[in-house]
Design a protein around this ligand. Structure first.
Ligand code: ATP
Length: 359
């Protein structure tokens, strides 16, 4: 039985339908990330699960309990907000204890839980401080601690790292992941940051326009994006996508581009059966290209392409190349990029099985 399931959820605000029959389920211990651009409906979905919003129709289950009509406090959830939502007048300890105030626990049990969370999150030396005397990362740890002491079945996070600077974000990402690896709670986590999604999730639901575009493990959505939206959204730098047509040449399947460039798709693992003349888009990830192969590489498509520009970012470099009236970005080692000049022609190879074809 899934731990959290959304069953045919419809949510309307006035006349505007934001979610229109959404289905999604995750297992116990999963770390589900709801990922998508601003306005796609991910916070709405999280708030429906939390009980902060009511569904227009549909059912929300946690384990075997139908929680659709339950009060937020009766759902067995704990939530960490983007704004931390700490009480400014309470100390760290007071904030942690507040998470338990509605639960009428014996004092010894409450003490033990607060101690456990403060040890786990290294808050013990800070227990007497007020939130205004803490750094952003420390405040976020208090907010997480306040959620953990509840021993909730499901932990909800709403963009918890977006108010932190880049370095702290990386650190907190690791801490949250470590926490999940240790405690294995079921997590539903909202973000528009694909690095957070790829590094922390066991499952990602990619949303756009109130719909789930793809649901799967980080590897699945990265390696096998189901549609052009997912292909363009996941990956930084983004997947190269070039429009062309499917054509059969001498009995072999090919992708043909407007300038006549062709890719022989004989080694491509087709999942659908395009017809001669069908419009297709061909996707190639910048990091899958091979530069400097000494000759033909088995299983690869070879091109000789003219360099447009070289962009170096320090640890990494991107080379843009003319390709089929368009351009391709290829990721390269900085040393290799340093030797590359605009205007020269370079041999590049791409593993045919790693092409992504979209109709
Ligand atoms: P963001 O990353 O910007 O927070 P999101 O994916 O979380 O975006 P939601 O906040 O769920 O998106 O909003 C989804 C859509 O629903 C948006 O078009 C938004 O304008 C609309 N919406 C959200 N809350 C309300 C509301 N209370 N009344 C009317 N429309 C709303």
């Amino acid at each position: 039985m899934p731990q959290v399931s959304f069953e045919h959820i419809v949510k309307r605000f006035g006349g505007v339908t934001v979610l229109d029959g959404l289905d999604l389920a995750v297992e116990d211990g999963d770390f589900l990330v709801l990922l998508g651009p601003s306005g796609c409906g991910k916070t709405t979905l999280l708030n429906l699960l939390a009980g902060l919003l009511d569904v227009t129709s549909g059912r929300i289950m946690i384990g075997d309990r139908d929680v659709t009509e339950l009060d937020p406090k009766d759902r067995g959830l704990a939530m960490v907000f983007q704004s931390y939502a700490l009480y400014p007048t309470k100390t760290v300890e007071g904030n942690l204890r507040f998470g338990l105030s509605a639960r009428k626990l014996p004092k010894s049990e409450a003490d033990a839980r607060v101690q456990w969370a403060s040890d786990l999150l290294q808050l013990t030396p800070l227990m007497r401080r007020k939130p205004s005397e803490l750094s952003g990362g420390q405040r976020q740890r208090v907010a997480i601690g306040r959620a953990l002491v509840k021993h909730a079945d499901v932990l909800l996070f709403d963009e918890p790292l977006s108010n932190l600077d880049a370095k702290l974000r990386t650190e907190m990402r690791l801490e949250i992941k470590k926490l999940h690896d240790t405690l294995k709670p079921t997590v539903v986590y909202v973000t528009h940051d694909q690095i957070e999604a790829m590094t922390m999730a066991t499952k990602i639901a990619i949303m756009n326009g109130g719909e789930i575009q793809q649901f799967g493990t980080p590897d699945e959505v990265y390696e096998n994006p189901q549609n052009l939206f997912v292909a363009g959204f996941i990956g930084s730098p983004a997947m190269n996508l070039t429009d062309g047509r499917f054509a059969v040449h001498d009995g072999a399947p090919n992708a043909v581009f407007p300038d006549g460039t062709r890719i022989d798709l004989s080694a491509y693992p087709f999942k659908s059966s395009p017809k001669d003349g069908d419009a297709i888009a061909v996707g190639m990830r910048p990091e899958h290209f091979e530069l400097d192969a000494p000759g033909a590489l088995p299983g690869h498509t070879a091109f000789d392409l003219r360099v447009r520009m070289v962009e170096r970012t320090g640890s990494d470099a991107l080379i843009s190349l003319d390709f089929a009236d368009d351009q391709l970005f290829v990721r390269a080692e900085p040393d290799r990029a340093a030797k590359t000049r605009a205007g020269e022609t370079v041999p590049v190879h791409y593993p045919t099985a790693k092409l992504n074809l979209f109709d």
